[in-house]
Design a protein around this ligand. Sequence first.
Ligand SMILES: Cc1cc2nc3c(=O)[nH]c(=O)nc-3n(C[C@H](O)[C@H](O)[C@H](O)COP(=O)(O)OP(=O)(O)OC[C@H]3O[C@@H](n4cnc5c(N)ncnc54)[C@H](O)[C@@H]3O)c2cc1C
Length: 529
Amino acid sequence: MEDTTFDYIIVGGGVAGCVLASRLSASLPENSILLIEAGPENADDRVALSMGVFLSDTDDIQWNHDSIPQKGLDGNVVSKTQGKVLGGSSAINYQAWTRGSASEFDRWAEEVGDKRWSWNEMLPYFKRSETFVPGKDMSQEKSEAHGYSGPIKVTHVSSSGRNRNYPLKAMIADIHETAGQKRNDDMNSGDTLGYSEFANATLNGQRQWAALCPRGKNVTLWSSTQAIKLLFAGTQAVGVDVLHDGSAGTATAGKEVIVSSGAQNTSKLLLLSGIGPKAELQKHQIRQLADLPVGDNFSDHPYMATFWKVRERGLSLGDMEMVTPDCDWTAGSGCDFFAFHRHEEEHLKKLTKETLGAKEVERFELAGRPHTESFVMHGHIDFTGLVEAPEGSSFSFLNILVAPESRGSIRLASSSPTDPPLVDPALFTNPVDSQLMYECARMNITAIKASSAVSKYGAVEYGIAEADRDDLSDEALRRRLVKTCATVFHGSGTCAMGTVVDTECRVLGFRGLRVIDASIFPFPIGAHY
Ligand SMILES: Cc1cc2nc3c(=O)[nH]c(=O)nc-3n(C[C@H](O)[C@H](O)[C@H](O)COP(=O)(O)OP(=O)(O)OC[C@H]3O[C@@H](n4cnc5c(N)ncnc54)[C@H](O)[C@@H]3O)c2cc1C
């Protein structure tokens, strides 16, 4: 590969990188921009079709990282994969489209001392990204909360262009109502609490992903090219060393290098380049350029599933035709609603005060901030592979922790850029997280049992010991947790704003170097990202 010079180099063509390449090329048409992506440019129908990745082998377009053994899960390992293709993880994800609550962004802005990160200041950017097609239950009037001309078409299940009349929809709504959730017509308006129709980045069975953001002619794409080291002249970032088909090369940046390789690989690249904790760099004989907490503060949203078999046949994925006039399972995730919850139990408040710092307690108590989320997938969806699918129809109930207090890290396995990093989300190492998860699961299992799931459909929990079925003690819930826990792949925080980057995403102590992906979140947000 020839050495080449550009004004801007963007490292990582995922959500952040594709959006930035699109916007930068439009606003700076005279500047040259290089977008470097480790994966291929095109990944055919596996990506383009909404459910393509779930129906085919996609290992070649994923990083396939696993966590290190998780102490909080008795040593189990969880998948920490990310997309490795233009569009990044948005090319392989579940297409849920959520923003988080206004109070979380306002808190973010307050913590970093810059109101540009507040909900009101972020809203124009959320709107600019989408073309929103409201669900049938929503007002069809244009809303101030939504955009109608962005590159990503966002629909609700009922407005996604295909018939997705999942047979158990009314039953799921009944479970959420029985759990005391209020109906929230628009969860993306800043108020996430309650249950709402599932918003998806899909239309007519076609995935809507970041690679669809238009790029100007001034963008050069180097696909299947991995950045292996950032280059500096003093504290000025001046380029990137890369590997392409086993050959080494260099790209030079006249103005800036902008890293958007995802919450795991961005840290890895910075560490390989000498930006990070001293002890970590010394371990791998890497010369330190700056002592910043790169790779610290890693968090993810873990879930715990419960599985339920229903009496009748022909009601869920795998137990009926994939495409019927009424229901097209290929058109999007088999899921009708998501619900976000707060937990106000006194024992939780007491525990937070006993175990968390003052800042963390304030975040926990932030009005409007969800602590947990739940949603139901119509069918047997088990990402751990430890629960056997039953005969007949079933549903899987995911309880998700969206305000985790546990923090892990990204570290290097070696100084070789081709080795995967050591990924440690440190799940359930903070006692508040376990208690939140148990409260969420307890609420939902109790609601399932009191709802039409049991009275009308005869739902019975499976995948657990018979003796545990009626046992909602912490111990019995923990057995479910250890067996079913994985994450929903929402890693963030490893180059946090305030400690690694400033409020313009500039890496502290350097010129011409920014990090712009999910690494910069100061704390986890109650949303999918
Ligand atoms: C299986 C899965 C399901 C998910 N489900 C949802 C969902 O339903 N809804 C939702 O909102 N979010 C979901 N997410 C999360 C969401 O997709 C990510 O948060 C989002 O894509 C993060 O954007 P990013 O730009 O930080 O990183 P990514 O989108 O992961 O992009 C990083 C890019 O950088 C490239 N890269 C990495 N290292 C290098 C390097 N050294 N050189 C060159 N290129 C490099 C990668 O190949 C990748 O293309 C899911 C994620 C996964 C993995």
